[in-house]
Design a binder for this molecule. Structure first.
Ligand code: EPZ
Length: 422
C-alpha cells in the first residue's frame, strides 16, 4: 500500500493539462457492448478505467490500450456477466446492465453494495429496464435480467434525476424497438458526452443535457470513434488546490461551460478565475478566501463531487461557510480527517458548518473515498509541516497522475510505501 507525504506551504505556479473525464469514459466504454467496436481517445489512465477494461475482457471483448486511447472489439462468444469480484471494486460496473440486455437479451450483474458515501441503490435503473420489458430478478447477490426478443421503447419518468440510471436507459434504448422518452433525466455533461459518442455510431438521440431525452431505437449501431471530454471534477479540484495553497495556475483543456456553479462559488469566495483563449483558464489567489456557502445539487447545481474539496478550501477561509449535501446521505467522511489537520468543522445532519481558521497543521490522515482523498491532499498542500495521506488507492481510482501534476506546479508531494497495512 502507498501513501502521500506532503510538505505544505508551497504556492502552486505553472501550467497543468486537465485529463479526460473518468465519469464520461466509463459509460462510453460500456457502450462498446452495444456497438461491438469502439475507439476512445483522451481516456485517463486510472484504476476505474483499468477495472472497466478488465470487465470487458472477461466478458470476451478484445481490449487494447495504448497511451490514452482504448480500443474495444467483440471477438467470439460474449459472457454476459459482471462478477462480484469486479463490481465490488467499482460500482459503475452496473452500467453494463442496460447495454448487455439491449444487445444480448440477458445479463447477470453482481448487485453493487453500499459504499463509503451512501447506500446507493440501483432500484431506479431496474425499474426503468423492467418497464422496457426486461424480466429482472435478484438472487444470490446477482441481478439477472432477460428479455424475450428486444427491449421495447417506452416513457420513463425518474423519481430522481439519477446519472447512472439515465445512462443505463439511454444506452439500452438505442437498440430497443421504438421510441423511449426519459423524463426527469439527469443533465450532467457526462450524459451529453455519452449521447454524442453514441450518435457517432448512428444512434438517434435528442434532448441530452435537458430533462427530457428522446431515443429512437435502431437495429444496428456502427463503431464509436470519439474523444472524451475533459474531467470537470479534476479541473475543479485544481481550482480548490489553488484556493488552498495559493499561487497562479494556468489550466489547459479546461471544460469551462461545465463548471459554472463551481467557478461562481470560488469567485464568490474571492479566487480570480480568468478565461483565456483556446480552452485555457488562469486561476489566481490574491487574498485569503472568504467563507462561502454551498448546497450540492444535480447539474447544473454545485456538484457533490466537488463538495469535499470546496470544504477543504473553506477551512482556511475568513468567516463561516455552511455546506449542505443533498445528493448522498453519508458524504462527510472527510470531516473527521480535516479536523485532524486542525479544521473547525461541525456536522448537523446533512449540513456542515466550517469556521475558517488561520492555519492547518500537518497530521496523518486516511482517505475514505475518491473525493475525500482529494480534499485531504489539497488541504495538506496548505498545512504547516508534513501531512501523510493513507489509502490513496481511493485517489488513484479517479485522478490521473495527481502527484506528478502537483509536483510540476511546485508542490512538495511524494508517493511512498506505507508502513501501515493500508
Ligand atoms: C454518478 O454516480 C457519478 N459516478 C458519481 O461520481 C457522482 O457523485 C454522482 O453521479 C452524482 O453526480 C459516475 O458517473 C461513475 P446517481 P451515480 O445515480 O450514477 C440515489 C465520483 O466521485 N439513487 O445520480 O451512482 C443515490 O443513492 C463519483 O466520481 C437511488 O436512490 O449517481 C444517490 O443518493 C462518486 N436509486 C442519488 O440517487 C437509484 O437507482 C444520486 O445517484 C439510483 C440512484
Amino acid at each position: 500500500m502507498e501513501k502521500f507525504v506532503i510538505k505544505g506551504g508551497k504556492e502552486l505556479k505553472g501550467k497543468v493539462r486537465i485529463s479526460g473525464s473518468k465519469n464520461a469514459s466509463l459509460p462510453i466504454l460500456f457502450a462498446s457492448i452495444l456497438t461491438g467496436k469502439l475507439r476512445l481517445s483522451n481516456v485517463p489512465d486510472l484504476r476505474d478505467i483499468t477495472t472497466t477494461c478488465q470487465l470487458l475482457k472477461q466478458m470476451g471483448f478484445d481490449v487494447r490500450k495504448s497511451g490514452n486511447t482504448v480500443e474495444v472489439e467483440s471477438g467470439g462468444d460474449i459472457k454476459t456477466e459482471a462478477p462480484y469480484e469486479l463490481v465490488k471494486t467499482m460500482r459503475a460496473s452496473i452500467l453494463c446492465l442496460g447495454p448487455l440486455i439491449a444487445k444480448y437479451g440477458r445479463a447477470r450483474v453482481s448487485m453493487p453494495g453500499g459504499c463509503a458515501i451512501g447506500l446507493r441503490p440501483v432500484n431506479l435503473h431496474l425499474k426503468a429496464l423492467s418497464k422496457m420489458g426486461a424480466d429482472i430478478k435478484i438472487d444470490h447477490g446477482y441481478i439477472t435480467a432477460e428479455v424475450n426478443g428486444k427491449l421495447k421503447g417506452c416513457e420513463i419518468t425518474f423519481d430522481f434525476p439519477t446519472v447512472g440510471g439515465t445512462e443505463n436507459v439511454l444506452m439500452a434504448a438505442t437498440l430497443a424497438k421504438g421510441k423511449t422518452i426519459i423524463r426527469n433525466a439527469a443533465k450532467e455533461p457526462e450524459i451529453v458526452d455519452l449521447a454524442r459518442a453514441l450518435r457517432k455510431a448512428g444512434a438517434e438521440i435528442e434532448g441530452e443535457g435537458t430533462d427530457v431525452i428522446e431515443i429512437r431505437g435502431t437495429s444496428d449501431l456502427k463503431e464509436i470513434d470519439y474523444r472524451v471530454m475533459p474531467d470537470r471534477i479534476e479541473a475543479g479540484t485544481f481550482i480548490a488546490a489553488v484556493g488552498l495553497a495559493g499561487g497562479e495556475v494556468e489550466m489547459e483543456e479546461f471544460p469551462f461551460e461545465t463548471l459554472g456553479a463551481v467557478i461562481e462559488k470560488f469567485e464568490e469566495a474571492g479566487l480570480r478565475i480568468e478565461k483565456l483563449d483556446g480552452n485555457r483558464v488562469l486561476v489566481k489567489k490574491v487574498d485569503r478566501l472568504k467563507g462561502t456557502d454551498i448546497i450540492t445539487q444535480p447539474y447544473p447545481g454545485f456538484p457533490t463531487d466537488m463538495q469535499a474539496q470546496f470544504m477543504a478550501a473553506m477551512c482556511l477561509a475568513d468567516g463561516i461557510s455552511v455546506i449542505k449535501e443533498t445528493i448522498f446521505e453519508n458524504r462527510f467522511m472527510h470531516v473527521l480527517e480535516l479536523q485532524r489537520l486542525g479544521a473547525n468543522i461541525s456536522i448537523e445532519g446533512n449540513t456542515v458548518v466550517v469556521k475558517g481558521t488561520e492555519k492547518l497543521i500537518g497530521a496523518k490522515v486516511t482517505a475514505t473515498d475518491l473525493r475525500a482523498s482529494a480534499s485531504l491532499v489539497i488541504a495538506g498542500l496548505a498545512a504547516e509541516n508534513t501531512t501523510e495521506v493513507y489509502r490513496i488507492y481511493h485517489l488513484d481510482r479517479g485522478y490521473e497522475k495527481m502527484e506528478k501534476k502537483l509536483q510540476l506546479l511546485g508542490a512538495d508531494i511524494r508517493r511512498e510505501k506505507s508502513e501501515l497495512p493500508y
